[in-house]
Design a protein around this ligand. Structure first.
Ligand code: SF4
Ligand code: SF4
Length: 131
């Protein structure tokens, strides 16, 4: 066997250090992940700032944003995280500071349709039901 006393003397402090340090692997999903500053996560919008100009939609290279317009002031801004490349172009394009990438991430799912989110909903309220 190739273990000499010298290598054991060298290795023992290393083993002790690693044992004292505890687990070094990521604990997710049992604990929240530690994300770095500047992490580019999901897209969020300050709805009060959004003007519905659709610049973010036009410039998104991944077709991850969609604007459904029903009238001049009535629209929905829809986000598809399953298409998003997290490039940050939408944040650069928005002239009103309304859209930005947040420090949150998209959880895995088997049904990508469940990921779609309405970021801004400026549709008129639905008419009341007939009595
Ligand atoms: S981060 Fe990039 S890919 Fe994602 S919505 Fe914005 S522009 Fe599109
Ligand atoms: S988020 Fe910004 S760029 Fe996108 S529609 Fe709203 S105002 Fe325009």
């Amino acid at each position: 066997m190739g273990f000499s006393l010298r290598s054991i003397v060298y290795l023992l402090p290393q083993v002790w250090r690693v044992l004292r340090a505890g687990p070094l692997t990521v604990q997710f999903p049992f604990a929240p992940p530690e994300l770095q500053e500047g992490y580019r996560g999901q897209v969020v919008v300050d709805a009060a700032r959004c003007r519905g100009c659709s610049l973010c939609v036009r410039d998104c290279p991944a077709f991850a944003l969609e604007l459904e317009r029903e009238g001049r002031e009535e629209y929905r801004l829809i986000y598809h995280p399953d298409r998003c490349a997290y490039c940050g172009q939408c944040e650069l394009s928005c002239q009103f500071g309304a859209i930005r990438l947040s420090n949150t991430f998209t959880r895995a799912t088997a049904d990508r349709d469940t990921l779609t989110r309405v970021l801004v909903d400026r549709r008129p309220s639905p008419p009341p039901l007939d009595e």
